[in-house]
Write a protein that binds this ligand. Structure first.
Ligand SMILES: NC(=O)c1ccc[n+]([C@@H]2O[C@H](COP(=O)([O-])OP(=O)(O)OC[C@H]3O[C@@H](n4cnc5c(N)ncnc54)[C@H](O)[C@@H]3O)[C@@H](O)[C@H]2O)c1
Length: 364
């Protein structure tokens, strides 16, 4: 029987947050993973999380969990500015690492973490979990096998309730551009990465970022202040195969809006992906239709997982298999570096009004 991988999750609070909704159910339910440690930013909340999740070890600091001898795989689910130090500590301790997206707050930080992992020979995964979504994988296969013929155009719309006019205290860090955690770097990056995963690499792009809510009400007091990040993104690009890509990503949208749609039109057919969740396409299941007919998607071991955990479960399953030596299909830190570059370049394109191209964007 294959060895069980002991997992520690940093940032898994019993109170709520992304780790509780996605990482905890995935690690708890999937075969071959043993959820053995949790860290938050105080001993009291870590102890409460350990009790809530039935986990034996609780750490008051992510750095302590990262260095724990009992852990094989460290999941880093803290906010973006806190990723680097914890990730580097985990790598230095010889751990495999799953770090949430965005990996770092700029290309240099992402490169530093990717280089450290390569030198240490540990395996990495980044939280671009849509690549592990079964419907997205099916769409990629259908494109690659020529089911809809030559791909002509790809258009996608993705919205979120986040990044609207009212910003609670816990999300104010998303309004600071230096944290690289905003609509463009999070929702925009997930959306573009999915399009590229399914349809192939981008050859060039131009982007337009705007503010649909130029004033925000910040924190509990609702202090009025100008928004300095962007809450809307339009991107046009050419894919390497020659097809056209159009992307719209919108923040602050009401529940009535469509969370996500992606249409791939070939010269012999059409594929539609839809689904997602109000807080973004990355947080929910996706469905697939071929020429208007909904297709059954075999989710395998991900089927029992709650919606918010299903895609993240796909990342854990891939990383588990890679650690066991059985697969190499994990979206790793090197990919995260490439996507960080693409996002940086699209922001520059919007600032300067120029069309950008680079050999260093995601390769597909
Ligand atoms: N991939 C996705 O779809 C997706 C979705 C949501 C959030 N995220 C990412 O997940 C991460 C967490 O987001 P969130 O909204 O849950 O944030 P959050 O602030 O709600 O939760 C962060 C948690 O980290 C803990 N923490 C902070 N500093 C710590 C430290 N030094 N050591 C240990 N624990 C520490 C806090 O106690 C808290 O429980 C971010 O990187 C975010 O970008 C990804």
């Amino acid at each position: 029987m294959a060895k069980t991988i002991r997992v520690g999750i940093i940032g898994a609070s019993a109170q709520g947050g992304w780790a509780r909704e996605s990482h905890v159910p995935a690690v708890t339910d999937l075969e071959g993973l043993d959820f053995i440690a949790v860290a938050t930013n105080s001993q009291a909340t870590a102890d409460a999380a350990a009790r809530a999740f039935g986990v034996p070890s609780a750490f008051a600091s992510g750095l302590d969990l990262a260095r724990s001898a009992d852990v094989d795989l460290v999941a880093v689910c803290t906010r973006v500015p806190d990723h680097r130090d914890i990730v580097l500590a985990a790598i230095a301790a010889g751990k495999h690492v799953y770090c949430e997206w965005p990996l770092g707050k700029d290309v240099a930080e992402a490169e530093e973490m990717a280089a450290a992992a390569r030198r240490a020979g540990v395996l990495t995964a980044v939280g671009l979990q849509l690549r592990a979504n079964p419907a997205a994988k099916k769409a990629r296969e259908l494109i690659a096998s020529g089911t809809i013929g030559r791909l002509l155009s790809v258009s996608t719309y993705s919205s979120t309730a986040g990044f609207g006019p009212d910003v609670p205290e816990q999300f104010l860090y998303l309004e600071e551009p230096a944290n690289f955690a905003n609509l463009v770097t999070i929702q925009g990056a997930h959306t573009i990465d999915l399009a590229v995963a399914v349809a192939g690499p981008l050859k060039d792009l131009n982007a337009l970022t705007t503010r649909q809510y130029p004033q925000i009400a910040a924190g509990a007091e609702g202090e009025r202040r100008p928004r300095v990040t962007y809450d809307h993104l339009l991107l046009q690009g050419r894919l390497a195969a020659g097809s056209a890509l159009s992307v719209e990503v919108a923040g602050g949208r009401p529940p009535e809006d469509t969370p996500f749609s992606l249409r791939l039109v070939g010269d012999r057919g059409v594929i539609d992906l839809d689904g997602g969740a109000m807080r973004g396409l990355q947080s929910g299941r996706l469905g697939l239709a071929l020429n208007g007919a909904r297709q059954a998607i075999d989710e395998g071991e991900l089927a029992p997982l709650p919606d918010a955990a299903a895609n993240v479960g796909g990342v854990y399953a891939g990383l588990r298999d890679a650690i066991r030596g059985g697969s190499s299909g994990v979206t790793d830190f090197d990919h995260a570096v490439r996507l960080t570059r693409l996002v940086t370049d699209l922001l520059a394109s919007s600032e300067t009004g120029t069309r950008n191209t680079s050999p260093d964007w995601p390769t597909g």
